[in-house]
Design a protein around this ligand. Structure first.
Ligand code: ATP
Ligand code: MG
Length: 353
């Protein structure tokens, strides 16, 4: 039998990025030993530190350097000494765009032991995934200013939805739903936005016709946001455009009390380029270097990476081990009201694994 090997590019980035990526690697290594595959890591020092020394977040040929890997495991990028737009446009956005990581997937799950801001919600009530279109839609550079500096001054911005881009994000959502509870909800606004959103609705209908056996629903974004709070149990997979998905993928984890432990996967589902997995949280300068960062988001992101690499059993085992440590007061980190530091938390996950 062939021994399975996966080559991973790690970009720890800044601040607690280093601490949580190291923690995540330790857990993923243990899972690899247990389930009989190996992970080969190559570290890249792309960060604000690098920017301060060289004037660049990553080298000129950076994208080509990581293109050869099976996946990218990223910590957190950003530091107070470098403006956010420099770190964002110097590293994260080029990675997402040039590697065509067109699907941003964020699971929303209420874990036992994590405080939910909604009253009387149990873990089985909140378990859904937001699938956001990550490279087109409302976030385009098309548009500009008219009559600048005059009383008639105006700005316009063109949202660009292509059939290619819309159809492929629908495919990601329906494929995911087939592996879950077989339900997809579309976020639309075709009552107010009269060109792009009716087109989005049409493409959603076309996808529905291609995927018999998957139930669907569609809501305008305003009432959909309300339903996230009032009826989170209605959702399985939610598919949304770049802007609506951006909003829903922060609202979702907030509703599950998990904004501090949430992961994010930037996927090229066709696997033509390496997909990128990262915690949602930032570099946390206030606690960096103290060894107290919660490694849960990085571990959860690592589990999503294993799943993407086809190591489904290992991915499930890692999530279950993480859930076990979250459920027990004595193994939670300080941000969740516990007393453990990063090392102790990793030790607890390893023991559960
Ligand atoms: P971004 O870099 O995405 O803009 P941000 O600067 O808004 O993020 P974070 O760096 O995520 O925010 O930090 C916000 C707060 O959450 C800080 O007080 C930080 O210490 C805390 N925090 C973030 N991640 C963690 C973690 N893994 N464990 C414990 N606390 C965390
Ligand atoms: Mg920040």
């Amino acid at each position: 039998m062939n021994h399975r090997r996966h080559r991973i590019a790690t970009i720890p980035g800044d601040g607690i990025g280093h601490e949580v990526i190291e923690a995540g690697q330790e857990v993923l290594e243990a899972a690899a030993r247990k389930f009989g595959f190996s992970l080969n890591w190559t570290e890249f020092d792309w960060s604000c530190d690098r920017f301060q020394n060289t004037g660049q977040m990553m080298p000129e040929d950076g994208i080509d350097l990581v293109r050869e890997y099976d996946a990218i495991y990223l910590g957190a990028v950003g530091w107070p000494t470098v403006p956010d737009h420099v770190s964002l446009w110097g590293l994260l956005i080029p990675l997402r765009r040039e590697l065509d990581l067109y699907a941003n997937v964020r699971p929303v799950k209420l874990f036992e032991g994590v405080k939910c801001p909604l009253a009387d919600r149990k873990p089985e009530d909140i378990d859904f995934v937001v699938v956001r279109e990550n490279v087109e839609g409302e976030y385009s550079k098309i548009g500009g200013r008219l009559y600048e500096g005059t009383p008639q001054e105006a700005a316009n911005q063109v949202a660009m939805f292509t059939r290619h881009g819309t159809d492929r994000i629908m495919e990601v959502a329906f494929d995911l739903a087939k592996r879950r509870r077989k339900h997809v909800t579309s976020a639309t606004k075709s009552n107010g936005i009269v060109h792009t959103m009716p087109f989005w609705d049409e493409r959603f209908k076309a996808a529905t016709a291609r995927h018999a056996g998957v139930e669907t629903a569609a809501y305008h974004i305003d009432i959909l946001a309300a339903h996230f709070v009032l009826h989170p149990d209605w959702f399985d997979v939610v598919v949304a455009s770049n802007l609506f998905g951006d909003i829903l993928s922060d609202l979702g984890p907030a509703v599950a009390g998990s904004i501090g432990i949430a992961p994010s996967a930037n996927l090229n589902p066709a696997r033509k380029t390496p997909s990128m997995f990262e915690p949602v949280h930032g570099s946390a300068p206030d606690i960096a270097g103290k060894g107290i960062a919660n490694p849960a988001a990085a571990i959860w992101a690592g589990a999503m990476m294993l799943e993407h690499l086809g190591e489904t059993q290992a991915a499930e085992a890692v999530i279950n081990a993480m859930a076990t440590t979250l459920a027990q007061n004595e193994t939670r980190t300080a941000d969740l009201g516990g007393t453990e530091d990063t090392r102790q938390s990793v030790a607890a996950v390893l023991a559960a694994l």
